[in-house]
Design a protein around this ligand. Structure first.
Ligand SMILES: C[S@@+](CC[C@H](N)C(=O)[O-])C[C@H]1O[C@@H](n2cnc3c(N)ncnc32)[C@H](O)[C@@H]1O
Length: 265
């Protein structure tokens, strides 16, 4: 990710690696992705996932990989982190995962029909990750980037986002809202199509809070500060969902680019 200075770089690197210590919490509580997302990818690429050679980069514990695999894709996962890769192997022992970064993919050229980044593109340096994706995709292949973003037009979600901003003194709402626009493609080489897929899930309050706590911003804020925030959040959210079952609503922001069908030099 391009940053303005060395201090920012340290913070981003710390955040990018923070998931490793919380991989089991991540796997158990983070939301997955809805079938409509994968239908949209098939529609935009004009090709079924079944039988496609897919590279899922920044695969983490395998939440997106599992969905791609279930759709019949022939998936290879790429993941830089120890803890996340170990959790991946526990969850998906039959799917290959190789250690590496999107900035330098450990794969041969033109080997993939589709490269996916679920919630992970913003941890790369796109000036390096775009040419790497172009190298690894076959001519006419596609790069799909997506993020589950919380639906801030839902009043209780907007209020919760504002509380998090106040508690941590950060502008997390803007960070989440703009992430895909800020970091997508500074090279200008990709012709990205944008789609939004709304979905929701109903989860117990403990899952909701553990999901919040698995985000890099909380993982790097210190246990005490995060615990205080989560205790306060439990009270607020239970006022909206007194039975303890929380409806989380997400907009998946999908950006997809198809490469030229002619081989590039
Ligand atoms: C928010 S998690 C997303 C995991 C998974 N794709 C999912 O949908 O749950 C971000 C992942 O990106 C990985 N990551 C960090 N830096 C990366 C990089 N330069 N290239 C690829 N992945 C990276 C992290 O280790 C982490 O597993």
């Amino acid at each position: 990710m391009t940053t303005s200075g060395a201090a920012d770089e340290v913070t981003l690197t710390t955040r990018a690696h923070s998931f490793n210590a919380a991989a089991a919490q991540y796997a158990a509580n983070r939301p997955s992705y809805p079938p409509a997302l994968f239908d949209t990818i098939e529609e935009l690429t004009g090709r079924p996932l079944a039988g496609s050679r897919v590279v899922d980069v920044g695969a983490g514990t395998g939440i997106a990989t599992a969905r791609l695999h279930a759709r019949g894709a022939d998936v290879i996962a790429v993941e830089p982190g120890d803890g996340m890769a170990a959790e991946f192997r526990r969850t998906l022992p039959d799917v290959p995962v190789v250690r590496g970064s999107g900035n330098a993919l450990p794969l041969t050229g033109h080997c993939a029909d589709l490269i996916t980044y679920a919630q992970a593109w913003h941890w790369t340096d796109p000036d390096r990750a775009v040419p790497e994706a172009m190298r690894v995709l076959r001519p006419g292949g596609a790069l799909a980037l997506w993020w589950n973003t919380s639906a801030d037009d839902v009043p209780w979600i907007a209020e919760a986002s504002a509380r998090a901003d106040r508690h941590f003194g950060l502008d997390l709402s803007a960070e989440k809202r703009d992430i895909h626009a800020r970091v997508a493609d500074p090279t200008g080489r990709l012709d990205l199509v944008r789609r939004v897929v709304r979905w929701s899930r109903h989860v117990p309050i403990d899952t909701h809070l553990a999901n919040l706590g698995s985000h890099s911003v909380f993982l790097t804020q210190g246990a005490e500060r995060s615990a205080a925030y989560l205790a306060q959040e439990r009270r607020h959210v239970l006022e909206v969902f007194p039975d303890g079952i929380v409806e989380e609503t997400y907009d998946v922001i999908l950006l997809l680019a198809t490469t030229s069908p002619r081989p590039t030099a």
